[in-house]
Design a protein around this ligand. Sequence first.
Ligand code: PGA
Length: 249
Amino acid sequence: MRRKLVIGNWKMHGDHAALAQLLDSLRHSLSALSNTDVAVCPPFVYLAAARQQLIGSVIALGAQNLCAEAKGAFTGEISAAMLRDCGCRYVIVGHSERRQLFHENDALVAAKTAAALQANLTPIVCVGETLQQRETGATLGVIEAQLTAVFARLDSADIQRIVIAYEPVWAIGSGKTATPAQAQEVHAFIRRQLTIVLPDAATVPILYGGSVKADNATTLFAQPDIDGGLIGGASLNAEEFAAICKAAE
Ligand code: PGA
């Protein structure tokens, strides 16, 4: 059986004091989890403080982005090895906000995924369609193209080490969650795409993201191919995020 995985994506929110308080609550409320892995992804500048605070906790650390290059003259960028050095286990790659607002294309997302794996980070590779793409029946084609670009850069041993997050763009931060059936349909499709490139597609976690809250998490996580969640807004509220993690258990 796959373990469940819940990742909190804090995006560009908070400050030292607020994030320390959030982590303090989460450490206490999540200490008894046994079937669920949990990680939080603070902004880069708070990674070191979060790492200190998470010593001895079940909560792992992740980053929200990375540079595809290993090192060099890339002012303002952060490499995979630096993230690893700062205690990260995960890194989010190809979030729709990066694709849309910072013009990251499939090739760059694939390169970042490869860079993360090279440094022994687990990339959480985000895929998802816009509302217009859904309404014109293009959803599965869009997902297939996004996945194919990543798979083309990796061998099967590497693909086995990634996490995929299905995040319909229209559901992110909008309060409109995909129905469990809509999400499961795409998750099952992603699982079939994995079967084409992997001998054991069953072990790759596929997370759902997009307006997951405590009150819809249980039915989403009960779907056969939904292995947990990538949580934005609700991950900034300790009680709400803890309830989502417990729903995964
Ligand atoms: P949301 O964000 O939970 O606020 O919709 C999800 C995400 O962006 O990963």
